[in-house]
Design a protein around this ligand. Sequence first.
Ligand SMILES: NC(=O)c1ccc[n+]([C@@H]2O[C@H](COP(=O)([O-])OP(=O)(O)OC[C@H]3O[C@@H](n4cnc5c(N)ncnc54)[C@H](OP(=O)(O)O)[C@@H]3O)[C@@H](O)[C@H]2O)c1
Length: 339
Amino acid sequence: MPTNHRLLLATRPTGIPGPENFAADAKPARPPAAGEALLETVYLSVDPAMRSWMSESAAYRQRISPGEVMLGGGIARVLESRAEDFVPGDLVQARLGWQTHPTIPGRYLQKLDLTLGTVEDWIGPLGLSAVTAYFGLRDIGGLRPNDRVLVSAAAGGVGQIAVQIARIEGCRVVGIAGGAEKCAFVASELGADAAIDYKAEKNLSSAIARACPDGIDLYFDNVGGSTLDAALEHLRLNARVVLCGRISQTHAAEPYGVRNLGRLSAARGRMQGFLVFNYHERYDEARNWLAARLRDGSLRQRLHVLDGLEQAPVALGMLFRGENTGKLVIRLTSETGSG
Ligand SMILES: NC(=O)c1ccc[n+]([C@@H]2O[C@H](COP(=O)([O-])OP(=O)(O)OC[C@H]3O[C@@H](n4cnc5c(N)ncnc54)[C@H](OP(=O)(O)O)[C@@H]3O)[C@@H](O)[C@H]2O)c1
């Protein structure tokens, strides 16, 4: 049996999580029982929501307790199978946890359809971040051609796909991101019409006014707080605000009190939150759409790859310090065999 290297939650973080909140252990992997498969993790996705799973008061999904394997989704290769429909070599996605060799019931595994894209596509532009952008913009935001769209955290996993979907659908798109390098990526690689470096702007609302001179029909909000407030000031008639995430508030000492809700009334606009998990039965629809745009070259995605399970605790903190460009993932092995 291979050794299963695991990262357990050691202590609940009070601020940005880091290596001090995790403990490593190593044990022989558990042989699969009937209906289970032994896996080798290939990629783990790193997502802001993981921070909330580590809290005593987890807002949604599962709460994790100290001593348990850290939760997280990813892609793995089947090493040994006693589960119907899975054979060694199959590539699957599942909630693997932060471990190299999980043993998981077959009913929790989804085989990757490699006709849609590569393993890297499945952790990237066919993964949950991309699917989140798809449903957020289309179902919640009611995206229409010619909409003037603003996206925050535009250089991140969800944001980079949101920018491109809006561009592909014939919208004028402006991205907000932290730093000149990220803004160059948003404008030149993702094809946004303009990018705002919020870290370089004294007054974000004025910067939005300059970049969006005709206002905003759809604001895709990954950030919350004062960024949301600034965007609200520029809503056009019948604008839609999609509350995808509020990463700026994760470690805020005091929750930010949004001041410009009156603008939503004036615009006869609407603001709505959502969780991608509620679209589970329609993931294929999103993936087929995204895969077609990958094939025709109109959609691309930057993966920010860190190698080795031991990088995972550092990686999680990077999201909250803005140190990632693109979708942040941990690579544990190569696609074709143990690395
Ligand atoms: N609703 C859903 O179902 C769902 C699903 C997935 C993700 N989400 C949400 O979508 C958002 C993006 O997630 P992701 O996985 O794609 O992460 P990401 O955008 O790849 O990484 C997070 C980014 O947020 C920005 N950021 C961090 N702290 C910030 C702060 N205090 N103020 C402003 N910006 C800050 C940083 O970019 P800059 O350097 O540009 O600041 C950072 O790179 C998150 O809010 C997440 O919770 C929601």
